[in-house]
Design a protein around this ligand. Structure first.
Ligand SMILES: CC(C)[C@H](C(=O)O)[C@@H](O)C(=O)O
Ligand code: SF4
Length: 469
């Protein structure tokens, strides 16, 4: 009998085209998502060498980072640099025969939201995109890697990727989440625990009762942020929740192909006794709502906590870096998290811009009003998310509460378009990165769950969502 294998081992093995003695492998790539930021040079490379896209039908292109989220966007992009990137992708997709969702297509949205929505992302697949948060697709039991521009060119030309096998890490989240605690709190707590380098060299498989109980949206939130924990990818074994989500999606297999696919997908689980190089265990029942206080996703604390004091850190380098983070954030050690007031609230991104996230927000803000000193925006992750939210009347709830309801895109997750913080503005954000300048020059980001961001918008400061009425 062969040795027990992990889910990662299985998907990897099933895609190896060539294995060198030194461990370098050539992996077959099933799906390639392309956006405007990391693809122009890759297409240019193909042009210069007279190559074609090897499998246009396994490639899907969409604009997301640079698009305006204003309704005015149908009249064209004003920012020169953004316009050039968007136009380049439209042209490249046309020239190379790749399907393309423009900003005027209802299917357009953040690349990691549209893949799953279209059934382009399926269990057991290898999926790549020139974007670090490609790990999101691991929620489907797919092996999904973010790649660089030269690799984008390699995949476009050959439908393969050069890879070395990573190590296996298991993160098991036991027990049940308390009311009000979400997937976002789980992943922020995990990163707080392992640190931003904790996953370096690993592919993380998330398992345990609390993970199994999550919706696909929640699972995507978890896998999305694997990269913030340093991991090469994040994975969750596909199960009935996955199959129910995937079924009838536009590009999902149909009829007999569906049955055959399902048979295979059901084998995609880590075997009993499979070896993991590192195991982390968390108790879901003990998790509080989490808020980040610094400029790294590992700088997290319970909403009931206080801003930590770097003086307490013994390691000098770490102490200096956390001191710098506090200065950047304009925070004083000992301040209660619930005393931190906000100027802006951003709800959206590939971490938390899906329909379930918007429903959670609507539940918190219905019949209430955004604090007069807060400017709050909601950016649906895709045109289809927007359409669904509007069909459910969520937009009316948001607008009545004083939120700005926008068009889909990455928006203020990274401020490549006009949505950005002004220097020193403080923002509660449902996105995944709180790096210096991430949401605008000198902007201050606190990462939270959608419900926590929503409550903060209404209250004007952080509140414990477990006490929300
Ligand atoms: C622009 C892109 C290359 C980048 C990434 O790779 O993640 C962006 O999506 C981000 O979130 O910082
Ligand atoms: S929403 Fe943010 S994290 Fe996601 S792809 Fe866009 S910029 Fe990157």
């Amino acid at each position: 009998m062969s040795a027990p294998r992990t889910l990662y081992d299985k998907i990897f093995d099933d895609h190896v085209v060539d294995r060198q003695d030194d461990g370098t492998c050539l992996l077959y790539i099933d799906r390639h998502l392309v956006h405007e930021v990391t693809s122009p040079q890759a297409f240019e490379g193909l042009r210069m060498t007279g190559r074609k896209v090897r499998h246009p039908e396994k490639t899907l292109a969409v604009v997301d980072h640079n698009v305006s989220t204003s309704p005015e966007r149908k009249f064209g992009i004003k920012n020169e640099e953004s316009r050039i990137q968007v136009e380049a992708l439209a042209r490249n997709a046309k020239d190379f025969g790749v399907e393309y969702y423009s900003e005027n297509d209802i299917r357009q949205g953040i690349v990691h939201i549209i893949g799953p929505e279209q059934g382009f992302t399926l269990p057991g697949m290898t999926i790549v995109c020139g974007d670090s948060h490609t790990s999101t697709h691991g929620a489907f039991g797919a092996l999904a890697h973010g790649i660089g521009t030269s690799e984008v060119e390699h995949v476009l030309a050959t439908q393969t990727l050069i890879q070395r096998k990573a190590k296996n890490m298991l993160v098991r989240v036991d027990g049940q989440l308390p009311e009000g605690i979400t997937a976002k709190d789980i992943i922020l707590a995990i990163i707080g625990e392992i640190g931003t380098a904790g996953g370096t060299g690993y592919v993380i498989e998330y398992a345990g009762e609390a993970i199994r109980a999550l919706s696909m949206e929640g699972r995507m939130t978890i896998c999305n942020m694997s990269i913030e924990g340093g991991a090469r990818a994040g994975l969750i074994a596909a199960d009935e929740t996955t199959f129910a989500y995937v079924k009838d999606k536009p590009r999902a297999p149909k009829g007999a192909s569906w049955d055959a696919a399902l048979e295979y997908w059901k084998t995609l689980q880590s075997d009993e006794g499979a070896h993991f190089d590192k195991v982390i265990v968390l108790d879901a029942a003990k998790l509080p709502p989490i808020v980040s206080w610094g400029s790294s996703p590992e700088d997290v604390v319970s909403v009931q906590g206080i801003v930590p004091n770097p003086e307490d850190i013994t390691d000098e380098n770490k102490r200096t870096s956390k001191q710098r983070a506090l200065d950047y954030m304009g925070l004083t050690p000992g301040t209660k998290i619930t005393d931190i007031t906000l100027d802006r609230v951003f709800i959206g991104s590939c971490t938390n811009g899906r329909i379930e996230d918007l429903r959670a927000v609507a539940k918190v803000v219905e019949g209430k009003t955004v604090s007069p000193h807060v400017d709050a925006m909601i950016v649906p992750g895709s045109g289809l998310v927007k359409e669904q939210a509007e069909a459910e009347g969520l937009d009316k709830i948001f607008i009545a509460a004083g939120f700005d309801w926008r068009e889909p895109g990455c928006s203020m997750c990274l401020a490549m378009n006009d949505d950005r913080l002004k220097p020193h503005e403080r923002c509660a954000s449902t996105s995944n990165r709180n790096f210096e300048g991430r949401q605008g020059f000198k902007g201050r980001t606190h990462l939270v769950s959608p419900a926590m961001a929503a409550a903060a918008a209404i209250a004007g400061h952080f509140v414990d969502i477990r006490e929300w009425k």
